[in-house]
Structures are given as structure tokens and as C-alpha cells.
Write a new protein. Sequence first.
Length: 118
Amino acid sequence: MDRNTWKKKIIKACKDVGTYQKPFEAIIDTLASILEKRDLAEEMLGNDDVIIEHTNQGGATNLTQHPAVRLINDLNRDALAYWRDLGLTPKGLKAINEEAMKEKKSDALTEALKELGG
């Protein structure tokens, strides 16, 4: 999926959970870019084996993880942090909602002025 399609999906998801704000556009762009790169890495991996043989400079052959798998995992980890910050994971949404729901503490002077104003 390309970056613009991801961006539209992310914005829709944010609006669905009530966390979308215009200032988040830069974060959404970054997340869309990460997801686009992840999709390209998945295409690169294709049907290849996740574990491949690698021959080092000494001539020894070892089994190792396909480089695309490592890239996909890194991009998924990075994307998760952005999903969370945008409130698009259960933990992220809970953190945002709890912060928004906290009652603002007012000081005694503010309360006294409110009562005088009647």
C-alpha cells in the first residue's frame, strides 16, 4: 500500500476513536511512510524462506534470518510506537482518554473568585 493510502486509513482510524487532530499530520505522515516501507520489505521477502544460509568470509555456512525479516520487524516496532502515540492501540487510547478525563484541579483563589462572581 502506498503512503497516501496509509495516511487516509490512519486519519480515518484516528477519527473513529476520536483522537484525530490537525497538528498530528506530521506524525501521521511519518507513520504512513514507515508502513509503506514495511509493505515494500514484505514484497521483497515474498515467498522466500525466513531463515537463509549465509556463507561468511571464512567460508563457514550458517543459518541466519533473512535481512527483509529483520527490516520488517524493525519497521513494525517503530510503527507500533506511532500507533500508540496516536491512540490507536488499547494502551495508547487508554492513556489518552485517562489524560483527557482527568479533572482539572483549580486553586482556592479561582474558586473564591467564581463564588464572588456568582
